[in-house]
Design a protein around this ligand. Structure first.
Ligand code: NAP
Length: 251
């Protein structure tokens, strides 16, 4: 189904690096009208904006850890049509795995504020726009830590599980004709700026995958011609295959 407004944008959080940046650039190359948000705007994005049709490419400053900033950013988009949200921003927390008892109050606050609360506010405020361009689309780059015990990464896990649960509620509150919510759980690790920073010098990344693999999957989900995949949670395999993740719907 074509979106109500073909110029409506796809908003990508975490657009400055890693998976979000790969998704933003892949969508811009495909001719989608995109809007990236993050705290920094690297040169490559400025160059990409110049080399492609810059009307199709926009970027806004947003610090997701500050609720007031998220509210302001959402208000500033009042006149912008948005048909899809792709959630990629992440604060991984303190470097090195550490037990719950060694997790500082500052880490709990920053990680949960960024990954969970900031995204929850953004989704809540932009939901009417997505539904106005029915079917609106939300793609969340979730994580195995949202559904499995994650030792040594409790703040990250709590933040990802919180957003994952919030989006399940959003999906259950809205018919699929209005809103399609996809949550993707990579079953492998990807070479991104965030992960590089957390690995020791000389670390062997040969088993890690390039972020473009996830970008190619997200392209299918946000295509106006519609994905043949039913909304829901999917495990992403390293060959690009998607396996449905059977969420519990009833006890
Ligand atoms: N990499 C993996 O192996 C892997 C595996 C499974 C799931 N994931 C998920 O994939 C997503 C992307 O991960 P990644 O590894 O690509 O991350 P990354 O390389 O660390 O990039 C994180 C992005 O989030 C933005 N960000 C961080 N703090 C922010 C804040 N306070 N406000 C706004 N933006 C903020 C950063 O931009 P600024 O610093 O410019 O703001 C950056 O663009 C995450 O949701 C992660 O949980 C990753």
């Amino acid at each position: 189904m074509a979106p109500a407004d073909p110029t409506a944008r796809v908003l990508v959080t975490g657009a400055s690096q890693g998976i979000g940046r790969a998704i933003l650039l892949a969508l811009a190359r495909d001719g989608h009208s995109v809007l990236g948000v993050s705290r920094t705007k690297p040169d490559e994005l400025a160059n990409a904006a110049q080399s492609s049709d810059s009307d199709l490419f926009a970027w806004k400053l947003l610090d997701l850890s500050k609720a007031a900033d998220v509210e302001r950013c959402a208000s500033s988009l009042e006149s912008t049509a948005i048909r899809a949200l792709v959630l990629c921003a992440v604060d991984y927390g303190a470097n090195g795995r550490h037990e719950v008892s060694a997790t500082s109050a500052q880490e709990w606050q920053q990680v949960i504020a960024t990954n969970c609360i900031g995204h929850c506010i953004l989704v809540s405020r932009l939901l009417p726009k997505l539904i106005a361009n029915a079917p609106g689309i939300i793609v969340n780059i979730s994580s195995d830590v949202a559904v499995l015990p994650a030792t040594g990464r409790a703040a990250y896990a709590a933040s990802k599980a919180g957003l994952h649960a919030m989006l399940r509620a959003v999906a259950a509150e809205n018919p699929v004709e209005s809103l399609r919510v996809y949550q993707l759980i990579p079953t492998f690790q990807l070479i991104t700026h965030g992960l590089r920073r957390r690995r020791p010098e000389g670390f062997d990344f040969s088993s890690y995958v390039e972020p473009d693999l996830v970008a190619q999957i997200v392209r299918q989900f946000v295509s106006p011609s519609g994905s043949s995949k039913a909304p829901g949670t999917y495990l992403v395999r390293r060959d690009g295959r998607l396996d449905e993740y059977p969420e519990i719907h009833k006890l």
